[in-house]
Design a binder for this molecule. Structure first.
Ligand code: PLP
Length: 357
């Protein structure tokens, strides 16, 4: 089979999607499945759909356009704030977008009027993670500017934590959203049907039965894809892990000293490398590199293998302690973290091996 490749277990991802969808439904929460790590991969999105998910979210409009062109007719949610220059396409391809700027909301409204197509928005509130969103004390002014814009449905408010500053979702910072929604509903006589509580990290509150009453929408990627919740350092029981692995092939296998010979300068990425001298070791070079994968997101499947480093196109591993014998041409397999999956799915040099059973 082709190398390097990312092995994508679509069956397990579909099963995770089913379980997350059921769990949300049992708690009266609507779910947007987040597929952005797939970089527009239609089969991956299809496994979410096969799991029962009826709304798909992505950060990039290119990927949402791909989904539409593949024939997907369900709901699409643009997760990253729209760029002003793309509002016409946002109206065209997305049903719903997350917003935090009045000027963008006005532009969306104008674009929607032009093509006579209604568009939904979820207004993002920053409850502390310092990525997108309006600060809570500015929310009334924000709404004053947007409540009467034509062709726009203000579907609700939302928040995102655990992404930039690593702020954890808590009862209190999630509750802010419910309280603000109440105030806005009263003050502006709005329905605001959706309160979008967060991403995978917020499912911890759901598991603990502490998700504030009123939160009725979640946007979930990682839990479905990986069965994990890294922000809270959780492996989610009932879900399946290691649904993605990477396989790469050995192009050189030699015994070499573990410390380099010669004067050491900076490596290709501007860092000064540090080496531990462990004597002569068996080293393998794999035909994959930083252009395709995030180094610290690789966990060797076999015991006795240690990732040493990488350049753009070469991955170096110490295989001295691996049982059995290896030869040039053999393949090694690695479990992946979210960042490694993201890079592999995005690299045009990586073959996608879909697993279905
Ligand atoms: C990526 C993203 C999500 C999904 O996050 P996961 O941690 O993968 O569940 C949800 N909301 C927004 C705004 C996002 O950008």
């Amino acid at each position: 089979m082709e190398n390097p490749r990312i092995n994508i277990n679509l069956t397990q991802i579909r099963e995770n999607a089913e379980r997350v969808f059921e769990n949300c439904r049992n708690n009266n929460i609507s779910l947007t499945g987040v597929v952005k790590v797939g970089a527009g991969d239609i089969k991956l999105a299809q496994s979410f759909i096969n799991g029962g998910i009826k709304s798909l979210g992505d950060s990039r409009l290119d990927n949402i356009r791909n989904l539409r062109r593949s024939g997907y007719q369900g709901e699409t949610v643009l997760l990253r704030l729209p760029q002003l220059a793309e509002v016409t396409e946002v109206i065209n391809y997305a049903d719903l977008s997350l917003v935090s700027e009045v000027v963008t909301v006005k532009a969306l409204s104008e674009a929607a009027v032009k093509v006579c197509k209604r568009h939904g928005i979820i207004v993002m509130i920053d409850v502390g993670d310092l990525r997108e969103g309006i600060l809570p004390d500015q929310i009334k002014d924000f709404f004053r500017e947007i409540v009467n814009l034509p062709m726009l449905d203000i579907r609700g408010i939302g928040t995102n934590v655990g992404c930039y500053a690593g702020v954890l979702p808590t009862i209190s910072n999630t509750e802010i959203l419910v309280e603000l929604a109440e105030e806005l509903r009263d003050y502006y006589s709005l329905e605001l049907p959706l309160i979008s509580g967060g991403n995978t990290a917020t499912t911890r509150l759901l598991s603990d039965n502490t998700l504030p009453e009123g939160i009725n929408h979640l946007r979930i990627g990682e839990a479905i894809l990986q069965g994990t919740d890294i922000t809270n350092q959780r492996i989610i029981k009932d879900l399946q892990q290691n649904n993605f692995t990477m396989t790469a092939s050995i192009i050189e296998l030699k015994d070499k000293p573990s410390a380099p010979t010669g004067e050491v300068g900076y490596d290709a990425f501007g860092n000064i490398p540090v080496y531990e001298d462990r004597g002569v070791r068996k080293r393998a070079i794999l035909a994959v590199g930083r252009q395709d994968v995030k180094l610290d997101g690789l966990i060797p499947v076999d015991e006795g293998i240690k990732v040493l480093g990488a350049s753009s196109d070469h991955l170096l591993v110490d295989v001295t302690d691996k049982k059995g014998c290896l030869s040039t041409g053999d393949e090694l397999e690695f479990y992946l973290d979210y960042g490694a999956i993201l890079r592999l799915m995005t690299s045009p040099y990586v073959y996608k091996n879909y697993i279905m059973f």
